[in-house]
Design a protein around this ligand. Structure first.
Ligand code: PHE
Length: 353
């Protein structure tokens, strides 16, 4: 019996000491289980000896055990409170010296790339005029990119396109596949699969094997337009392009047509818009002419209609190809195209909404 009482006393002393040294809530819980746990707690183990004791001994050991239990529970609770208070104080003192009334650091919101915005703007303008969206692949056949667009195999205009050829892959005629040099092959694809009347816009990336400088890049973007019907005229083309120019550059701009050569249109036209930076007076950007070259256009060459199985005696059409980077540079007054590809956020923030 006295050895049980001794055990109880030393258990109580040891437990008090452990509790006093505990410094976390998890540590305290471990101690509670170790000493007071219902199943395997050390106090429970001592009390398991009770049935073998005399009634007098039971009374003494029972009372002492109960006292020990209560005092350890009290010690655990007090220590718990102390640890919680210490944690709270640590949080509060970490916050001290911080001004909770300061505004939070600004969240910067992402936005679409300026080229994507300009492209959407151009395409959106034509969709509202009733054009449909058409798309084509970036790897094209020689036929769609050149032959059907009235560039026969030995035609010198092919050279002006600085084509990237896709190695070892050839189309059904044994001609090499290539990265499209313009979006005009989408015209061919669309006419092969649709009957007139039709009007489409085809935005996309195009590739040319050119050295990169302020106004050239080996990859850039175009928006192609095509309309075919029974009596489409140059006047329709001029009307539509005038609407486009005023939509993108503002209601004061004017457009002008100059003759140009593209094999797939006749007549071929280069379209200038009046310089919005100097309002036509002449400046660095328009090279003192008051006009800026903006796109290529023209009336679809009968040979193109023949290549897709249309009857050139029955239908006419116009086509145009807008250089997206050129529009973006002029719109934002940027004189180096590379800025649009380098993606320095300081630049992107300046030019995008
Ligand atoms: N595809 C021509 C180019 O990239 C542009 C163009 C399109 C010209 C449609 C006339 C008609 O140079």
């Amino acid at each position: 019996m006295s050895s049980l009482l001794n055990q109880l006393h030393s258990l109580r002393a040891q437990a008090q000491q452990d509790i006093a040294q505990a410094d976390s809530l998890e540590g305290l819980e471990t101690l509670r289980v170790r000493y007071l746990g219902r199943k395997d707690g050390q106090l429970t183990k001592i009390l398991q000896a009770l049935p073998s004791l005399s009634p007098e001994e039971k009374k003494v050991l029972g009372r002492e055990a109960n006292e020990a239990k209560i005092s350890l529970e009290t010690a655990l609770n007090e220590k718990k409170g102390a640890i919680e208070e210490k944690t709270l104080n640590a949080v509060l003192s970490a916050a001290a010296g911080q001004d909770l009334t300061l505004p939070e650091s600004p969240l910067s919101v992402g936005r679409r790339h300026p080229l994507a915005q300009v492209m959407d703007d151009i395409v959106g303008c034509f969709l509202r005029l009733g054009f449909n969206l058409a798309e084509g692949p970036e790897v094209e056949t020689d036929f769609n990119n050149f032959t059907a667009l009235n560039h026969p195999p030995d035609h010198p205009a092919r050279d002006s396109h600085d084509t990237f050829y896709v190695k070892n892959f050839r189309d059904g005629e044994g001609l090499p596949l290539l990265l499209r040099t313009h979006t005009s092959p989408v015209q061919i694809r669309h006419m092969q699969t649709h009957k007139p009347p039709l009007s489409i816009v085809a935005p996309g990336r195009v590739f040319r094997h050119e050295a990169v400088d302020a106004t050239h890049s080996f990859v850039f973007h175009q928006v192609e337009g095509l309309a075919v019907d029974v009596d489409i005229s140059v006047a329709d083309l001029k009307g539509v392009l005038g609407l486009f120019a005023r939509h993108v550059f503002g209601s004061n701009v004017e457009i002008r047509f100059r003759p140009a050569y593209f094999p797939f249109v006749e007549p071929g036209i280069e379209v200038d818009i009046s310089c919005t930076l100097c309002e036509g007076k002449g400046c660095r950007v328009c090279k003192q002419t008051g006009w800026v070259e903006m796109l290529g256009a023209g009336m679809v060459n009968p040979n193109v209609f023949r290549a897709v199985g249309y009857d050139p005696d029955k239908v006419t059409g116009y086509a145009f190809g807008i250089g997206v980077e050129r529009v973006a540079m002029f719109k934002y007054g940027v004189d180096d195209m590379r800025l649009f590809f380098e993606n320095d956020v300081r630049f992107l923030r300046q030019v995008s909404r």
